[in-house]
Design a protein around this ligand. Structure first.
Ligand code: FES
Ligand SMILES: [Fe+2]
Length: 393
């Protein structure tokens, strides 16, 4: 069925209903996308000390992200090697070791089994450590891959190293985080994030700051103006290897810098600054960068803070949108930034999106839903759909 649906897809239209409602297709997505792609798990500043951990969870998976004694970050599958119970039941905390609540097998921070009560003499503990996910850091951003042989991030690092440096990816901290559970298939959430056709009608607040919400012609003019006056220290070159790289064993990524509206400095209530400049930035340039790694991890880089967006599947009909706000690591809350002001724009925008996406799911589940024609402003969504169908094939 999946093969036929993929072959029948009509370019320029939304997907057939089954892609949003069928549990079998969802299962194939978990295997082909989520168990193979790099996933943004969280930030190093969430676990500064030895033993600090948090859980990263999606679908049926639970992964313990932990700082070990030697300062490294590890990702252990939260699945006991005895009979499979979840070992760690707290969402975050600090531990000396992880002891399974069922029969008390105990694992150290590196995931090695250190005690297993009353097992026979020939039982080899060294064979029974926790399964590991691969971990890579982009600055302080923690990415994990559950693939046996993960995709390479080298092409992205080579291309965007100067961007990470300019915006100080090594020197950020998490200032706030919010989760939005959404009663909709994960693709509707990703598709919605990828297009700004809906921004003008649905996000008045966003449209007061970002040029993105304008019609294609006005946006183009704004972009040309912006590129003319762009700060030469800030990279404005676009990279879009999202769709081509995976076949070479590289993870896909995308980068581009887009204009804010004239006179706006950052993504805030009035367009005024919110926090100390990131990295090497010394002035507001009137732009914001879109950066994406893999299919469900998005970052929006202003001059004074960065947003992280992650859309994880929970079941075929539910997903979770997690939003992260980052500032310079030496910025002091209450003095250098105010969390309420910092989070205002994307909190209100994401609340609106949550409702939009739920309404979308309700409609696509109807007997009367048929794929509809996409607009010019939905071309990033079209790119995502192309990549998705290619990957699923
Ligand atoms: S399932 Fe973990 S100790 Fe038995
Ligand atoms: Fe939106």
């Amino acid at each position: 069925m999946l093969k036929k649906l993929i072959n029948d897809y009509q370019y320029g239209f939304s997907l057939e209903q089954d892609f949003y409602t069928d549990p079998e297709i969802y299962k194939a997505e978990i295997e082909n996308i989520f168990l193979k792609s790099w996933l943004f798990a969280g930030h190093a500043s969430q676990i500064p000390n030895s033993g600090d951990f948090f859980l990263f969870e999606f679908d049926q998976e639970s992964i313990i992200i932990v700082r070990t004694k030697d300062g490294a970050i590890k990702a252990h599958l939260n699945v006991c090697r005895h009979r499979g119970s979840h070992i760690c039941l707290e969402k975050k905390g600090t531990a000396k070791a992880f002891t399974c609540p069922y029969h008390a097998w105990s694992y150290d921070l590196k995931g090695s089994l250190i005690s297993a009560r009353l097992m026979s003499d020939d039982f080899d503990k060294s064979d029974n450590g926790l399964h590991q996910a691969h971990v890579e850091l982009i600055g302080g951003l923690i990415f994990i891959s559950l693939a046996e042989k993960p995709l390479s991030l080298k092409a992205m690092r080579d291309d965007l190293g100067d961007v990470f440096d300019t915006f100080g990816f090594d020197n950020m901290k998490l200032a706030a985080q919010k989760s939005f559970p959404i009663a909709a298939n994960w693709k509707l959430a990703v598709e919605n994030y990828q297009e700004c056709y809906h921004c003008a009608p649905s996000h008045q607040e966003f449209a007061k700051v970002h040029a993105m919400a304008a019609s294609p012609a006005i946006f183009k003019k704004n972009k040309e103006n912006y590129l003319d006056r762009a700060d030469e220290n800030i990279r404005t070159k676009e990279s879009s290897y999202y769709f081509d790289l995976a076949k070479n064993g590289e993870e896909g990524y995308q980068y581009g810098r887009n204009p804010l509206l004239e006179g706006k400095k950052t993504g805030s209530f009035d367009g005024e600054g919110l926090a100390p400049f990131l990295g090497k930035i010394t002035a507001y340039d009137g732009g914001a960068s879109e950066f994406m790694v893999g299919p469900v991890n998005f970052f929006l880089i202003y001059n004074d803070h960065m947003l992280g967006y992650r859309f994880m599947p929970m079941s075929h009909g539910t997903c979770c949108c997690d939003v992260f706000w980052f500032v310079r690591d030496d910025a002091i809350e209450g003095k250098d930034y105010d969390v309420e002001k910092l989070t205002w724009l994307w909190d209100i925008t994401t609340q609106a999106d949550e409702q939009i996406i739920i309404n979308n799911q309700k409609g696509v589940a109807s007997h009367f839903y048929k794929p509809g024609k996409l607009s010019e402003m939905e071309h990033f969504e079209q790119n995502f759909l192309n990549w998705y169908l290619k990957t699923m094939r």
